[in-house]
Design a protein around this ligand. Sequence first.
Ligand code: NAD
Length: 316
Amino acid sequence: MDNSPYNLTMSKILVTGGAGFIGSHIAETFIKAGHTVGILDNLSTGKKPNIPADAEFFETDITDKDALDRVFGEFKPEVVDHHAAQISVNRSVREPYFDAEQNILGTINLLETSSRQGVRRFMFASTGGALYGDAPVIPSPEDTPVVPLAPYGIAKASVEHYIRFFSSEHSMEAVVFRYANVYGPRQDPNGEAGVVAIFTHRALSGEGFVVYGNGEQTRDFIFVRDIAEANLLGVDGKPGIYNIGTSIETSIKSLIREFERLRPGLQITQSEARPGEVLRSALDAGKAARDLGWKPKMSLSEGITETYNWFKDRTK
Ligand code: NAD
């Protein structure tokens, strides 16, 4: 019985990075909708407990060609949803070779295997913020000039080009999602990418918040289940490149106010502005609304509350 609210064809979907923060939520959403899910992850930052019980798990590295062939031969995915990556911008600056090996060469490996094995659709987790930088128009649409500063963004931009090539050369449908700042349960508070996870951790431990610069810098915070919903619509929706964000700019100062609501009285320390930090960022997701019927559902207040309570339950 199809008990999903979506009129979808059920697919066999391989989620790479499915033991990680975003990938595990996507895997859960796919399973709930009735898809059959395989997870491919090397557990470098991902964790086994994140893997949904109904998913088949392959502990595999995307840079290992033979292993990929074995997984694809066994699972036979119709759709590949690629979220495995080294996600640290700082590490990409320190170790550009390692970043390119994981994020460019690993993805080419996956694209080659996918096209050889007749995968119908390839979906990819790209980024808005790291591609657009200090954009001329905010919220920024998809045709904003791509000017990545760090190897992490350079790799995402490069992979978008490879995907376009594989898609036309091998008639593989392609969906690219450029995410805003994703937050929610399971995000690693030790990772540099997640200011919400860091603030949640610091609020719960009573350490208070560190603000770099004047706190007026803005980001577009999007809840992880809204991201999962976009991926669900992307399985059968119109191929293309889509920004996925709320289109709303939230300053670091107002983000702190959300936490003060949950845990009042914490100290705020001001630190020097970080050189090269993007000052304003928000993504125009109008195209995803028009072509995929996607809209974010979670408000920032509700999303922060759910995230805070999730982490709180785990620190008891
Ligand atoms: P994450 O670190 O939780 O997930 C990445 C997963 O990939 C982990 O489970 C890790 O073990 C796995 N992985 C890493 N290298 C691998 C390899 N060589 N082979 C197999 N598996 C490997 O990070 P996340 O925040 O969930 O990010 C998921 C994707 O979304 C990444 O591609 C990231 O670049 C992208 N993204 C994230 C954000 C954000 O705000 N978190 C924004 C834009 C794009």
